[in-house]
Design a protein around this ligand. Sequence first.
Ligand SMILES: *Cc1c(COP(=O)(O)O)cnc(C)c1O
Length: 350
Amino acid sequence: MSARDLRTVDDLVAAGLVAPEAAPGLARVVDRFALTVTADMAALIDPADPADPIAAQFVPSPEELVTRPDETPDPIGDDPHEVAPGVTHRYPDRVLLKPTHLCRIYCRFCFRRDRVGDGEANLSEADLDAAMAYVAAHPDVFEVILTGGDPLVLSDRRLGLILDRLEAIPHVEVVRIHSRVPVVDPERVSAATAALLRRRFATWMVIHVDHPRELTERAAAAIGRLVDAGVPVLSQTTLLAGVNADAETLEALFRRLVTLRVKPYYLHHLDRAEGTARYRTTVEEGRGLMRRLRGRLTGIAQPTYVLDIPGGAGKVPIGPDPLTEVGEGEGGTRRWSVEDPNGTRHDWEG
Ligand SMILES: *Cc1c(COP(=O)(O)O)cnc(C)c1O
């Protein structure tokens, strides 16, 4: 395996992932959008395969500098809900807390690609104090979601201090950590890290994983350490053309996850971040894939297909709807046509 992280275009050329003549153009791309490919992910890439699904997620492309009219720096519209630096409060019972803008790896399709990477990096002490004060002052906040950036780029000591402070706020009953680290840099998640997460509140981990090949034996071991420590693990996946937009890949991914004791949580329709057009699929494709998984894949491996409505209106399920209304029923009920997993329709009233 590649012994080290790839952090520059020169590193990509040396690893055989980019042709030397493409380097100057890509230097402009990585000037704008941060680059790191972890050693674990670099080792998975087959440089001879131009369609490699791991390379497709992490190796930059000149197309990233082409912005379509419907692409924006804040595609899901979180900015208006930022109530303090690093704190986003869009839904009443949960807040996002972003202790860092850094990631361990940079996905080329990231919806926060405009803010992650260099620049502000970590939240200052004063901003962290203000964030904790905000949570403490809002008793409706049942859950704090640590995201970023990737909270697991912080040291165990720093992460532990944040959890200690949240533990002192009695109404925080759940802390959720969104991270790609258990998959892309599994050695970072030691047994001690996992033990550190077990708290007065329930700590949940949501890992981001897009392709079954990412779930190496090392990633499987890191996930095992989390679950064994009593941290329930969920997953989220972005539906990506050129990576996972086919039923076989998704089925293999979701099956592997449940064997690792991970519940597939969300399948995200791609957000329209700048320069990400090469990953687009249509909602009809996404629904078709969900339809194919329904019935042939165990129910515990089925995620909810969701869209974050541009402009800040929120996340909504957009999976196939098996019910079509066909008329009025008796006594206030309605008549429906309901589609079974084989595509056959049945009349039903309710
Ligand atoms: C996605 C998101 C959440 C979490 O939503 P869940 O449906 O609970 O996973 C919370 N706050 C914001 C601003 C979000 O974008």
